[in-house]
Ligand binder design. Structure first.
Ligand SMILES: Cc1cc2nc3c(=O)[nH]c(=O)nc-3n(C[C@H](O)[C@H](O)[C@H](O)COP(=O)(O)OP(=O)(O)OC[C@H]3O[C@@H](n4cnc5c(N)ncnc54)[C@H](O)[C@@H]3O)c2cc1C
Length: 479
């Protein structure tokens, strides 16, 4: 994890032990960093990590995972270690009239955890760690998914989270959180039991089903639109050993692979998961990879059943039995963990029939025809995801078959984001008849909030207005 190095000013700040609020009130609107933004005012917050535009570590401190947003110029990156420092940062930002972009893992598709002219509140140094307490775990939201799952595995526990180990549990939970355990255990946000939230006013509230329930609702799928979440407690599940099956199919069987895998998954027990990635390198014909994750010992049967449905032989097939650590190692091996440029988006589909499966394949073929690499990943949304009613959390897609993610990753040096975004539009058009919107964790710039929050948009906007009347927290959807 890259963290801003302490600057000389930070060391000097450590010597100043004035009362926090007094110190804040005494802060002049513009301080002495030479910055025209007043960024130096954050230096009055005792003990906080601060990197401003004139510090040598600025580029590293503001770096987010999607390097398309490297040109963002936040006024400063503030890295608090305590909740009080988070509140104080919001206080200084309010006094300066500067907006706040909250950062956990920094993996937002649209660079939402950075913004020119805003202060980045980087929560990765926040104290608290990952504390397992029987069947619950309390984490600082800046923790990455990999370390959380590995710590839980040591205690025989698990959370239904996404597959990339460097994604932050903060951002991914706030947007929903889809992964290989979603059918068994629901979305990550469905396992959230309470969260501590610092509001732009500096007030710290605990949100749960019984305390500040509106705020709790907003934390489950609202994608960080309301306050700064500084602690999250989840109900965990028992860890399971699994068989992992990977099968690749030619272009001619790719559409059948999508429809058959989704149908097989939906018909099977909740402990089984099936996902399909359709990809092209821009040269060779399109291929489909079916990934099945099933209870230990059931891999061979699952492979046969899915292959029979597809009615084609896989080009290659492999089955391995793994414990939780083995599964985490596998995903870590196939995850890109260093910042790079990419373009992505999504559609949430009511059904996955033959027609829509062909539409997905045609979308990938269209990009191949441009000589460009791309992929579409189809993940099921059934099982435990459907146990929660659509209005019960902000995540609205509780009766849908699947989410398809369209992704150009990495964006080649000789390619353009505009061309990739044009392809995204084409993808949306191709599946429009079955799509009701998109999944906010696979979001796109310049889109209305209704696309991601559907019928839950108005309530979320209202909660944001009440808790953040000045729109202090940067949000791609609510301005
Ligand atoms: C390589 C890769 C793999 C992925 N795999 C999956 C997957 O398998 N399943 C899945 O569901 N998603 C997946 N995602 C999407 C991911 O869940 C979202 O991009 C998520 O928003 C990232 O969270 P973050 O904390 O890393 O990002 P950040 O960029 O830090 O935050 C994302 C958004 O949440 C806000 N936010 C973050 N933390 C807080 C907080 N504590 N309080 C208030 N607001 C906050 C930010 O301001 C920003 O708007 C993947 C993304 C990438 C890049």
């Amino acid at each position: 994890m890259d963290r801003p190095k302490p600057t000389r000013r930070a060391v000097l700040r450590g010597l100043a032990a004035a009362g926090l609020l007094d110190a804040l009130r005494a802060v002049p609107a513009r301080a002495d960093t030479g910055s025209a933004s007043g960024a130096g005012s954050f230096a009055a917050i005792t003990g906080v990590g601060l990197t401003t535009r004139i510090d040598p570590g600025y580029a590293a401190a503001k770096q987010v995972f999607n390097s398309r947003f490297d040109d963002a110029t936040p006024v400063a990156v503030v890295a608090p270690t305590t909740v009080q420092q988070v509140a104080a940062t919001l206080g200084v930002a309010g006094e300066l009239g500067v907006r706040v972009a909250v950062r956990c893992g920094g993996h937002s598709y649209v660079g939402a955890s950075t913004a020119s002219g805003a202060v980045v509140l980087d929560l990765r140094r926040l104290a608290g760690g990952i504390v397992v307490n029987g069947e619950t775990v309390t984490v600082t939201p800046g923790s990455a998914l990999g370390p959380v799952q590995r710590r839980l595995a040591q205690s025989g526990r698990s959370l239904p989270v996404g597959m990339c180990p460097t994604v932050g549990i903060g951002g991914s939970t706030l947007g929903g959180g889809i992964g290989i355990d979603s059918r068994t255990d629901g979305l990550t946000c469905d396992r959230l039991r309470s969260a501590d939230v610092v509001l732009p006013s500096g007030t710290v509230l605990t949100a749960s089903e019984t305390e500040n329930p509106d705020l709790f609702w907003a934390c489950r799928g609202g994608a960080g639109s309301v306050g700064v979440v500084v602690s999250m407690t989840f109900e965990t599940s028992t860890v399971r050993d699994r068989d992992v099956v990977a099968m690749t199919f030619d272009d001619s069987a790719a559409a059948a692979a999508i429809a058959s895998t989704v149908a097989w998954t939906a018909a099977g027990p909740r402990e089984s998961w099936g996902t399909v990635t359709v990809a092209t390198d821009g040269v060779d014909e399109v291929g489909a990879t079916v990934l099945l994750i099933v209870p230990r010992g059931e891999g061979a049967t699952a492979a046969t059943e899915v292959t029979t449905r597809i009615a084609a032989s896989p080009r290659a097939s492999q089955t391995v039995g793994l414990d939780q650590t083995g599964i985490l190692d596998l995903f870590a091996r196939y995850s890109s963990q260093t910042p790079h440029p990419f373009v992505g988006g999504s559609d949430v589909l009511r059904t996955i029939d033959d027609e829509v499966s062909v539409a997905v394949i045609e979308a990938v073929r269209a990009r191949r025809a441009q000589g460009r690499a791309t992929s579409a990943i189809v993940d099921p949304l059934d099982g435990a995801v459907t146990d929660v009613a659509a209005p019960a959390t902000v995540f609205p897609w509780r009766t849908h078959a699947a989410v398809v993610q369209w992704i150009v990753d990495p964006l080649a040096a000789d390619d353009s984001a505009a061309a990739a975004c044009a392809w995204l539009s084409d993808c949306h058009d191709r599946v429009r008849a079955e799509s009701d919107g998109g999944y906010v964790n696979y979001t796109e710039a310049g889109t209305p909030p209704e696309r991601w929050f559907a019928d839950n948009t108005a309530r979320l906007a209202d909660i944001r207005r009440r808790h953040d009347p000045d729109g202090r927290i940067v949000s791609p959807w609510f301005g």
